[in-house]
Structures are given as C-alpha cells and as structure tokens.
Design a protein around this ligand. Structure first.
Ligand SMILES: Nc1nc2c(ncn2[C@@H]2O[C@H](COP(=O)(O)OP(=O)(O)OP(=O)(O)O)[C@@H](O)[C@H]2O)c(=O)[nH]1
Ligand SMILES: [Mg+2]
Length: 379
C-alpha cells in the first residue's frame, strides 16, 4: 500500500512547490527542503519579493556639490553652523555630511523653538540635540535654539556665540530644506554692516553647479550659505505638496494621548501607524502638527483601515501615493523596561512617546522614511 506524501504549496502564490526546475513556478531550493520545509513555505520567487517589500534604501541622497564645498571647509578648518528643524529632526543625520564635518567645530542651531509649548524647556531640547549629534560622533562646540519666524526673536546670543567660536575663520551654514537657514540669514543681515571690500553675492561655487550665498565677514573671511541638504528620508519628500502644508506645524505642536494596549494601533493619517504587539495598557503620546489626525484601530485591521481611509478620509492627512501595504515599511522595537520616556520618531511627521516597560511595538511608515527610537525630546 502506498503512503500519502503531503504536497506543499507556496503560501503566497499557491504554486505547488518543486525543487527540480528554476524556470517553472513554485521552485524552492533543495537546501531549504533538506533543512526542513518552513511551517509557512514560500517559493524562491515569492520569498525574494517579500524581502524587497520590507527593505528599502534608507540612505540620504547626498549632493556631490555639497561634499565638494565641504572639502574646502575641511581644508580651511572652518566653523560649521548646522541648522535643524526641531519639529522634524529625529536624529537621522546625513552620514556623508557627518563624515566631512566631524573633525570641524560645529555649532548646532535648533530652529522653530516657538512651536514647542512653554512647558518644554530649552535644556530638554538642547540635551536632545546634544545626544543625537553625539551618537553620530559630533560633539558640538555650542548648541543654540532659535524660534519664531517673525522679527521678535533676538538672535544676538547666537551671533555672539558664532563670533566667539569663529576666530577669524570662514563659516559654512548647512541644513536641510526648510530648516530655517534663510530666515536666520535674513535676521543676521538686519544688523550686519559690511566693512569689507567685498559685496554680498550669490554665486556658483567654483567647480560646482550650486549657488552659494557669500556674506563677507572681513576682507579675508566669509559666511557661506550652502544649498539645502537632501531631506530624502523625510515624509515631507514623499508626499504631495498640499500634504506638506498639512503636516508642517504652523502653530504650537499638538500633543494627543491614547490609552491603548496589546492588539491596538494608532494611525496617523495614512502616513504612519504604531501597533502595540505586546504590553500592558499604557498612555501613548503623539506629537504632531495641528492639522494631523490620529485614530485607534485593531492591529489586525490596519491594512483594511488604511484602505478605507484612502477612500473616506476619516483620518488626515491622506496621501494618494500609498496604495497598499507594499508602499510601506515595517519596523519593530522592543523597548527597555527602564520606566523612562522613549520616542519613536517618524522624520517630518510626528513622534510617538511612551514609557519603556519592555513592550513590543511595530511601526508602519512610507517606504524610505527614516525612523528612530531614542530617549524623549520632551521628558
Ligand atoms: N515657526 C517658525 N517657523 C520658522 C522658523 N524659521 C523658519 N520658519 C519657517 O520655516 C520655513 C522655512 O524657512 P526658511 O528660512 O526658508 O528655511 P530654509 O532652510 O532657507 O529653507 P529653503 O531655502 O526653503 O530650503 C518658512 O516657512 C519659515 O517661515 C522659526 O524659527 N519658527
Ligand atoms: Mg532658503
């Protein structure tokens, strides 16, 4: 009597699994079968596609011109002023730029301080910036904050700090799109008096195709404002223009709380979602722009809820660019049980904050967007 042998199908495409022909459907490597077929088996072709689904290039795009210009900054041991937008910055710095400026004196300026409530102290934000830059091997010589894009803010303390640190050297001002460089320079120019033989001008930087603003500081030193660093890992670079307006806070950053536990998830429009995979009920704070909305759904309904939200727009912002789960990446974190407040930040959109109790969390976000877990910005 013959015994029955189980015939296995690929869990994804349903093809009958076979080890004989790579060209035919359902091919699975002999080695995998010999090591014991996985409980949920996939043919090689589906398996590779799945791997692609969950990985995407998180590299910042780096403009070659910026690197060329920074080579000059290195050669002349110049002072770097690095502006970061305190709302969207989540600690992911462009590694090529980091590598260049590491050996130089760097002053970090956090812009848009005015978007944080009065309960958030300068010390908290400065400590946050210090920790994020230190992680990348940069120990800033000073960290300053700047807020408000009207003219009420006094930037003299920053100018004084820059003067102290400069010691007759050139200054290179760098920062991502919208980090506040122009606003800062315009304020600086309000009280600037040109006592040099040079003019302020915007010119193609030698050997590049990039315009650089040059402000003479003495007859032999300049402030150079570089072109924008790429924000290719920010939600801002992935969504439609109108949506950028929606997610960028104009007023004080909103903090909303949801008390959720295992099996629940918080959607932020269709641009991010935090799932609680395991852990007790806990308060999760979401910090975001005033037009951004959140909604709690069951973990196992997230894909469906995203699909419904695209049609009904019950939780904004909704981008038309993300049509299915294939357009998102997933990351998981197991927080330490340290009772400290941790942030999981989605660059350019929001950050989730909760106390570390050893809970397991999963985050869904548009492919290529940078995510980072660290101790909280607002503690
Ligand atoms: N609330 C607030 N908004 C600011 C501040 N600084 C700049 N902004 C706003 O942020 C946006 C970008 O500022 P810019 O100064 O143009 O930034 P940039 O780095 O020169 O950016 P691009 O040249 O556009 O790449 C503008 O809408 C400003 O009004 C600030 O301190 N607080
Ligand atoms: Mg500008």
């Amino acid at each position: 009597m013959a015994t029955a042998k189980r015939v296995l199908r690929c869990h994804n495409c349903g093809a009958i699994l076979q080890t004989t022909s790579k060209k035919e459907v359902g091919f699975i490597s002999k080695a995998i079968v010999e090591n014991g077929v996985p409980k949920i088996p996939y043919c090689n072709s589906c398996y590779e596609k799945m791997l692609e689904l969950n990985t995407s290039d998180l590299q910042h795009e780096t403009d070659k011109d910026i690197i060329k210009i920074l080579n000059d900054a290195v050669a002349t041991d110049s002072l770097i002023v690095w502006m970061v937008d305190l709302f969207s910055f989540n600690g992911t710095l462009n590694p090529d730029v980091v590598k260049k400026v590491k050996k130089l004196n760097v002053i970090v300026v956090g812009s848009k301080r005015d978007l944080f409530s009065s309960g958030v102290t300068d010390e908290m934000l400065i400590r946050y910036l210090d920790e994020r830059f230190a992680e990348e091997g940069i120990n800033p010589v000073a960290i300053k904050l700047i807020g408000s894009d009207d003219n009420t803010i006094d930037i003299n303390p920053i100018i004084q700090e820059v003067k102290n640190q400069r010691k007759y050297r050139d200054i290179y001002l760098i920062g991502e799109v919208n980090s506040g460089k122009t606003t800062f320079v315009n304020k600086f120019l309000k009280t600037y008096v040109n006592k040099t033989k040079w003019q302020i001008k915007t010119e193609l930087y030698p050997g590049t195709n990039s315009d650089v603003l040059e402000i003479p500081l003495s007859n032999s030193s300049f402030l150079y404002q570089l072109p924008d660093l790429s924000n290719s890992t920010s939600v801002v670079s992935k969504v439609e223009k109108e949506l950028v307006k929606q997610i960028t806070p104009k007023k004080e950053i909103v903090m909303t709380r949801r008390f959720i536990g295992e099996g629940s998830a918080i959607m932020v429009g269709n641009l991010a979602c935090l799932y609680v995979l395991s852990g007790k009920h806990a308060s999760i704070r979401v910090f975001m722009g005033e037009k951004t909305e959140v909604k709690v759904v069951a973990n196992n309904r997230v894909d469906q809820a995203l699909e419904e939200n695209r049609r009904k727009k019950f939780c904004r912002p909704v981008s038309e660019r993300f049509l299915s789960f294939r357009d998102y990446d997933l990351f998981e974190y197991e927080l330490e049980d340290d009772d400290l407040r941790h942030d999981i930040s989605v660059e350019g959109l929001c950050w989730f904050s909760t106390r570390g109790k050893g809970q397991k969390l999963r985050v869904l976000l548009p492919k290529g967007v940078a995510i980072k877990e660290c101790l909280s910005k607002v503690r």
